[in-house]
Write a protein that binds this ligand. Structure first.
Ligand SMILES: [Mg+2]
Length: 265
């Protein structure tokens, strides 16, 4: 399949001209991966450490938003997203948190709805993982505060996907490795469905939304929008962007788009 992907440099002016929105995934795309989390066994203490957007990228976003609406879609929670982009936050900035489950559009917060049975499953999984932590399993570091999905921080370990399968034999849940743990949530919602929701809200075609991503939870939104993968070996899209290990694909994409708009002006 990799052969079907095109280098972003080969995108046509017509396709670029049709874009209305750029959606940035966060971790590994516009900030380096490596968020650290540590929670104590009874959940009364939580320590989280993550990185910031680079100064240059924030300046580039300020320029880019003259041409495109900016959307940020992440597995992280809405408070984190809001604080990450607070400097540029206004009515043309859209936020989608918890893998499409929560959307902030023009001052209005909306969310997907799920059955009591779904939340019960998440509760059981959480309790079982807490039991593993209490039992001294040092591979698991705790949970990120979230409303609609469950995110455990841990090493990559089969125990967690196996547990999800055991609690959810119906297969209603996904359990996706995120490089720092697992996102566990309902298959009825995804970042891809979030992009469709944004397209409906703006009255545009989802393909007029460029999407970015580097991981399994980005696969659907890369398909729904005009996708640009920064990690083509892991997740595919119509386009890929090349970058060195110490470069962020999302930052390079912002530069690429700015180049196009500056030349056009
Ligand atoms: Mg990602």
């Amino acid at each position: 399949m990799m052969g079907d992907m095109k280098n972003i440099k080969d995108i046509t002016e017509q396709e670029l001209g049709a874009l209305r929105v750029i959606t940035f995934d966060i971790d590994g795309v516009i900030i380096p991966t490596g968020t650290q989390l540590q929670e104590n066994a009874d959940g009364t203490e939580l320590h989280m450490k993550s990185k910031q957007l680079s100064r240059q990228f924030v300046e580039n976003l300020k320029e880019l938003k003259k041409h495109l609406k900016l959307n940020f879609s992440s597995g992280r929670n809405i408070l984190y997203l809001k604080s990450l982009v607070n400097e540029i936050f206004d009515e043309d900035i859209f936020l989608q948190a918890e893998n499409g489950n929560i959307s902030w559009f023009e001052g209005k917060l909306t969310h997907s709805s799920h059955s009591a049975d779904y939340f019960q499953k998440l509760k059981i999984i959480r309790e079982r993982i807490k039991g593993m932590i209490a039992g001294g399993d040092k591979r698991i570091r705790g949970f990120e505060p979230k409303m609609f999905i469950l995110t455990s921080h841990s090493d990559q370990m089969e125990d967690i996907p196996n547990l999800v399968q055991e609690v959810d034999p119906e297969g209603e849940l996904y359990c996706l490795w995120t490089n720092e743990g697992y996102d566990i949530g309902s298959k009825s919602m995804s970042k891809g469905k979030g992009i469709k929701k944004l397209a409906r809200h703006l009255g545009i075609n989802p393909k007029e939304i460029m999407t970015t991503g580097n991981n399994y939870n980005d696969a659907e939104m890369l398909k729904v929008g005009t996708g640009v993968t920064v990690e083509p070996v892991r997740v595919e899209a119509q386009y890929f962007i090349e970058h060195q290990p110490d470069e962020l694909g999302g930052e390079l994409l912002a530069e690429f788009l700015l180049d196009y708009y500056r030349k056009r002006a």
